[in-house]
Design a protein around this ligand. Structure first.
Ligand code: BG6
Length: 517
């Protein structure tokens, strides 16, 4: 992850930064090349990297999937994908040059012949495109074949790093479905290659605004002295979506909001908010601090799960002007499904910085608005000074980091309302990314892919990061499986702010969520 010096002037007038270095020569192998991820995100991201001249000159892409497709037909499909999913208007020259490097291999993931053929194809790519024998294997596949593909790659020697060549494996989420399965997957992968060869993706870390959390905290003298239990009352982390499960009903029904969003995306936000300053801006230092923050979360007892975790499912309703069916009526979903599409929880972080500061997390589908944000609620100022004035209460100082949409940050504080009397109103200072930085629209995968190619793992999850996330949610999965009455599923209307029980979770502490719409 490259960090450039800050721009202090509005968009357009910032000093130009030297371009980052081009990635190493390599072959990019996509397992699951006929899938959605490839055409919607990976190929458009490769295009953006090519257009920004960040891809190496010596580069090849090999798509692997089951369908019987010729090289030419594969290139045509990828060109069509770019027409549909490129994030801006695609330059025909860049598209031509990029897709000329694409080839296709038909093969079953469990067939050793697939990997023997892949080895031959990689040798050919090394000769034609001078890839130097470096390979990035991207598993855009269902999770149940992650270990299988890795094993087969290892069996034909494709994971061996020799003579200065690197071999890296990129794995999409979900990484396991609980603590045991995540550990087992790690055990199998680490039996085949070293930790430094594994890049576990959490696409939230590809978002500029997520990367900015660390910069905001550690590149400013202003916030860090206040960033602790002495000054912060509570923290709210919100990731709400208006989307339903769309066409992923079958997958989602076996997964649910907790597994889908919490140990990965929400815990990334939590870790970046709660971590101690790393000693260096490098992969191991950053990931160690993030792991420590998650490990400091107080383990939930079965009673805590009853009191501090709310799970709910959406019923029919309206999101904007869109009429939404109940979750149970979605295709691929069991009509009696008890899967949660919403989750809210209160967590405590038991360390010197955060003891006594609740972290409230919520996420859900089919809600009133799409909003990902971290709200840092500061402690109220002492009121005594205003006792003999008409001021009834002071607004809380609030720092909101808006991850998406409307990326930016705002700080709320109290100001005197003009007039002869002492009246006080909450006002807001607002920073919008778009006002300061001109960023080309992107898929969010560009930085991640580029970082894999230059061997920078800062934005990827280490085995211990994944396992510490699962360790926190495991007691919740256990309590739900045991079917304790108090941990029952509740309901909310599609298009609403979420279930009443989530409001009650904060109301019990004398607090309220920020409105999402
Ligand atoms: C994915 C989840 O990891 O993240 C989806 O599987 C969810 O269910 C998505 O919709 C949210 O990502 P974003 O970038 O739209 O916030």
């Amino acid at each position: 992850m490259d960090v450039a010096a800050p721009a202090l002037s509005p968009a357009g007038s910032a000093d130009p930064q030297p371009p980052p270095r081009r990635a190493d020569p390599c072959a990019f192998v996509i397992f699951g090349a006929s899938g959605d991820l490839t055409k919607r995100l990976l190929v458009p991201a490769l295009y953006n990297l090519a257009a920004a001249r960040l891809l190496p000159d010596d580069f090849a892409v090999i798509g692997v999937a089951r369908g019987d497709v010729s090289d030419d037909a594969f290139r045509d499909r990828m060109r069509e994908a770019l027409q549909e999913f490129a994030t801006g208007s695609a330059s025909p020259e860049v598209v031509r040059d990029l897709t000329a490097r694409f080839s296709y291999l038909r093969g079953d993931f469990d067939d050793p012949n697939t990997y023997r053929s892949l080895k031959d194809k990689l040798s050919a790519a090394e000769r034609t495109f001078r890839t130097g024998g470096n390979c990035l294997f991207y598993l855009a596949t269902p999770p149940n074949v992650f270990a299988l593909v890795a094993q087969q790659l290892a069996d034909v020697g494709l994971l061996r790093e020799e003579g200065g060549r690197w071999r890296r494996l990129v794995i999409e989420k979900p990484f396991g479905t609980d603590l045991d399965s995540a550990r087992e997957l790690d055990r199998r992968l680490l039996g085949l290659m070293s930790e430094s060869q594994i890049y576990r993706i959490d696409h939230y870390l590809g978002k500029e605004t997520v990367q900015n959390i660390m910069v905001l905290r550690f590149a400013n003298g202003l916030f860090e002295p206040l960033w602790n239990r002495d000054h912060i009352d509570h923290v709210e982390i919100t990731v709400t979506e208006t989307l339903t499960v769309e066409n992923r009903g079958k997958f989602y029904d076996g997964t649910g909001a907790l597994r889908d969003m919490v140990p990965n995306h929400l815990f990334q936000l939590l870790a970046l908010t709660a971590m101690e300053p790393p000693v260096r801006f490098d992969a191991d230092a950053v990931r160690s601090e993030k792991a420590k923050a998650i490990e400091a979360i107080r383990p939930l007892t079965p009673d805590d799960v009853c009191h501090d975790v709310v799970r709910a499912q959406y019923r029919g309703g309206t999101v904007g002007s869109r009429r939404i069916h109940a979750y149970r009526e979605e295709s691929g979903v069991d009509p009696n499904s008890m899967t949660e599409t919403y989750l809210a929880m209160r967590l405590a972080i038991d360390n010197w910085r955060w003891a006594g500061v609740p972290f409230y997390l919520r996420t859900g589908k089919a809600l009133a608005a799409r909003r990902t944000e971290i709200a840092i609620n500061f402690k109220a100022a002492p009121f005594a000074l205003f006792r003999r004035t008409p001021v009834e209460r002071l607004a809380q100082n609030l720092l909101v980091l808006r991850i998406q949409p409307d990326e930016g940050a705002s700080l709320q504080f109290n100001a005197k309302t003009p007039g002869p009397e002492i009246l006080i109103g909450g006002v807001r200072m607002d920073f919008k990314y778009a006002d300061y930085f001109e960023t080309a629209p992107n898929t969010g995968y560009e930085t991640l892919i580029y970082d894999c190619m230059i061997g920078d793992a800062t934005l990827f999850q280490r085995a211990d990061n994944i396992e510490s996330g699962w360790r926190v949610v495991q007691p919740i999965l256990d309590a739900w499986r045991e079917g304790r009455d108090c941990a029952d599923l509740t309901w909310y209307a599609a298009g609403s702010e979420g279930p009443r029980e989530a409001e009650e979770l904060l109301a019990r502490d004398g607090r309220a969520w920020r409105k999402i719409a």
